[in-house]
Design a protein around this ligand. Sequence first.
Ligand SMILES: CC(C)(COP(=O)(O)OP(=O)(O)OC[C@H]1O[C@@H](n2cnc3c(N)ncnc32)[C@H](O)[C@@H]1OP(=O)(O)O)[C@@H](O)C(=O)NCCC(=O)NCCS
Length: 179
Amino acid sequence: MIIEIDSELHLELLNESHAQEIFELTERNRSYLDKWLPWVKYTKSKEDTLVFIKNSTEQYKNKTGMQTVIKYENKITGLIGLVEISYVRYVSEIGYWLGEEYTGKGIMTKSCKALTDHTFDNFNVKRINIICDVNNTASQNVPARVGYFNQGILKRDSYLNGEYIDHYHFVMRRHEWEK
Ligand SMILES: CC(C)(COP(=O)(O)OP(=O)(O)OC[C@H]1O[C@@H](n2cnc3c(N)ncnc32)[C@H](O)[C@@H]1OP(=O)(O)O)[C@@H](O)C(=O)NCCC(=O)NCCS
């Protein structure tokens, strides 16, 4: 499954053939990513990346999630995906990251817009959430640029690197997106 964005950029359903390249990208960006993402310190080998890919593949089969690699000029630059899909609450959540060397080009903004389109077209959800650390301005700028609404702060919403984190809660609802 491929989501075409433009001549240089597309999203590709995550599979085991991506493991080596994703692990190498994670290794190169360990200190950059670890500040924001809880899984980085637990990803110590290619086998850890493979476990994540296998779990994601299982989720995709059950239609409870979907992870894609972001390919820019045919290189993997990061990941974006639906970390959960609930058909009880009709809601999904997008998560994402890029290698630092690929930031500043609009890659994530375009990918987020394309995945939002794909999600409303292919899954029976009414709302997509994006949850960003209140100190992570680069991450907040992505849903803001795509047109998501900032619903406010979720206080002490998670625990990362020894402290509680407040999050901004961005949302897009189906009827607002269709306008
Ligand atoms: C969050 C993250 C993906 C944002 O990356 P980013 O490069 O800032 O976002 P984009 O790819 O959308 O690029 C936007 C930048 O490219 C510029 N840009 C260039 N061409 C552009 C285009 N066609 N469209 C939009 N922006 C464009 C924008 O001006 C912006 O630059 P600025 O930061 O100087 O204002 C990245 O910082 C990251 O992976 N961080 C670590 C992990 C993380 O925090 N994940 C999120 C957890 S919630």
